[in-house]
Design a protein around this ligand. Structure first.
Ligand code: RIB
Length: 315
């Protein structure tokens, strides 16, 4: 039987998103094509954006209207200030972002004319987000309606927090990006685990011959409470006890796909925290991701709720 104390805790969490994850400065250059080994290529002027999967997801959730906090580590440097300022502007609670004695994470990003990117991340301060930081911040993430985690921070931290948060009644969303397998205990608390096509195959240990529906069902059998696979221009697939389905993508002109997956994750966390069912959360997140690819940068391209609703209603 549910006690009054647990009911009060659940009510207090409603609508609240916490992201525990990475924050980077994105150094972006547009290039005509990707350079080959040993080749020097001239590109556009350098542009510097706030990025990092965790920070992007938090910014997206906040822009969509969720009360959102980010737990992260940055350096005591200019890029750390850039990240904090951008998040605060997006409406994210930055009170649990720690400054540590390593440089802020940096992503070197090349964007080609088709809007696709190549990214190298120097994690820097993100590697300081260890289990001890997670323990110190437990009261923050344990108070979330939805807790979003990704794999740009140490895997041991993600796995510790995911399992402990689920024990405390938090809905846990794990974005298994960059691609890496998860322990059975972590997979078992994912509701959902969110992956793209490439990450889905790594997570399911598939060589490339099974359909995404089969991969999703396999991950459910292996314990995931729900599964979402983003399929780029083909939309997204969702799977849970209610079945497996697809949501189509919106047709848009693509300028830069950087951070589209994070926009999707943050928007989905927002909607799940508001009580949406998985399919509806995926449909909303698909619209947010579509809007995000129409302009340069990750967080810089994220819409507010009104813009998403205009896309969804065709207004
Ligand atoms: O997912 C996009 C993000 O990946 C970029 O913002 C970059 O910082 C890297 O973390």
């Amino acid at each position: 039987m549910m006690t009054a104390a647990v009911r009060r805790e659940d009510a207090g969490r409603a609508g609240r998103v916490v992201v525990l994850g990475s924050a980077n400065a994105d150094l972006v250059v547009e290039v005509p094509r990707r350079p080959g080994a040993g080749e020097t290529l001239l590109g556009s002027d350098l542009r510097v954006f706030a990025g990092g999967k965790g920070a992007n997801q938090a910014a997206a959730a906040a822009r969509c209207g969720a009360s959102t906090a980010l737990i992260a580590c940055v350096g005591d440097d200019g890029n750390g200030m850039l990240v904090r300022r951008a998040l605060a502007d997006a409406g994210v609670d930055v009170g649990a972002i720690a400054s540590v004695g390593r440089p802020t994470g940096t992503a070197l990003i090349l964007v080609t004319p088709d809007g696709e990117n190549s990214i190298v991340v120097s994690p820097g301060a993100n590697h300081a987000l260890d289990v001890s930081v997670a323990q110190v911040t437990e009261e923050r993430w344990a108070g979330a309606g939805v807790l979003a985690l990704n794999l740009e921070t140490p895997l041991a931290t993600v796995e510790h927090v995911a399992v402990r948060a689920a024990e405390r009644g938090v809905r846990v969303l794990v974005n298994a990006a960059p691609a890496h397998p998860l322990s059975a205990a972590t997979l078992a608390v994912c509701d959902p685990v969110v992956v793209n096509e490439h990450e889905a195959r790594i997570l399911a240990g598939d060589g490339g011959d099974r359909s995404f529906e089969e991969l999703a069902r396999d991950l459910l059998v292996r314990g995931a409470r729900s599964v979402v696979i983003t399929l780029g221009a083909a939309g997204a697939l969702h799977a849970d006890v209610d079945g497996v389905g697809r949501v189509p993508a919106h047709a848009v002109d693509v300028v830069d796909t950087t951070g589209a997956g994070d926009a999707f994750v943050g928007a989905m966390a927002c909607e799940l925290a508001r009580g949406a069912v998985l399919r509806d959360a995926v449909a909303f997140a698909t619209a947010v991701a579509a809007i995000s690819v129409r302009s340069m940068g990750a967080q810089a391209s994220y819409p507010d709720r009104a813009e998403v609703e205009r896309m969804l209603t065709g207004a």
